[in-house]
Write a protein that binds this ligand. Structure first.
Ligand code: URA
Length: 204
């Protein structure tokens, strides 16, 4: 076709985003036949939580962060006193990118180009919800918000200001915690909790 799928007017409502991502074929992930997963939560949430992309469970249920990574996120949000139901929970990329392995679907990271394409939808969602605080989980979410891939190790845990005046906090992706064991896991869980704890008084 050659036409730019994003040259039209951006969606004016969150419902339009939810419909638009279903039909989006701007990148190979959108073309892979999986279910698109829209953000969920209040349309005027003060806090927006941005993940990377839906995983296997999220694609099946059609909701963000309902699988194992979501359980880790929920546990730590609870621990620091952040009510998930008051946050807008969404992803940088709206479709699940995976590699089939027998009956399983193994997560594959989106490329920088795929994140950059899908950013059009996230930008539209942010303009409509206008969160004051944005929590980016992992480097893909960081890229979708900053336009460059950040180093989570160097940049996590410090609030910065985005061009629209909202505040961004970068931290690790909860799936990263799930890949660790023992002391390393305990240490990273504590760091994750400390990062989230910074947001708690700001969203109360
Ligand atoms: N990981 C993500 O980044 N997002 C989800 O919705 C689920 C797992």
């Amino acid at each position: 076709q050659g036409s730019d799928p994003f040259s039209r007017a951006p969606p004016a409502t969150l419902a339009e985003i939810a419909e638009g991502i279903v039909a989006c074929r701007a990148c190979p992930i959108g073309c892979n036949g999986t279910r698109a997963v829209a953000g969920e939560g209040p349309d005027d949430a003060r806090l927006m939580i941005v993940g990377e992309q839906p995983g296997d469970s999220e694609e099946r249920e059609g909701r963000p962060f309902v699988g194992p990574a979501g359980a880790v996120l929920d546990h730590h949000l609870n621990d620091v006193g952040i009510d998930r139901s008051r946050a807008r929970v969404t992803n940088a990329v709206k479709h699940f990118k995976f590699e089939p392995r027998g009956k399983r679907r193994l997560h594959q990271s989106p490329t920088a180009g795929e994140i950059d394409h899908c950013r059009w939808w996230l930008d539209a969602e942010r303009r409509l919800v206008r969160p004051n605080l944005v929590l980016a989980l992992g480097a893909s979410a960081g890229r979708a918000l900053l336009g460059r891939t950040p180093s989570i190790a160097k940049e996590r845990g410090t609030l910065t200001t985005l061009p629209d005046g909202s505040h961004l906090l970068l931290t690790a992706h909860p799936s990263y915690l799930l890949r660790l064991d023992g002391e390393a896991r305990a240490k990273e869980e504590q760091r994750f909790r400390d990062d989230l704890a910074q947001l708690a008084p700001l969203v109360a």
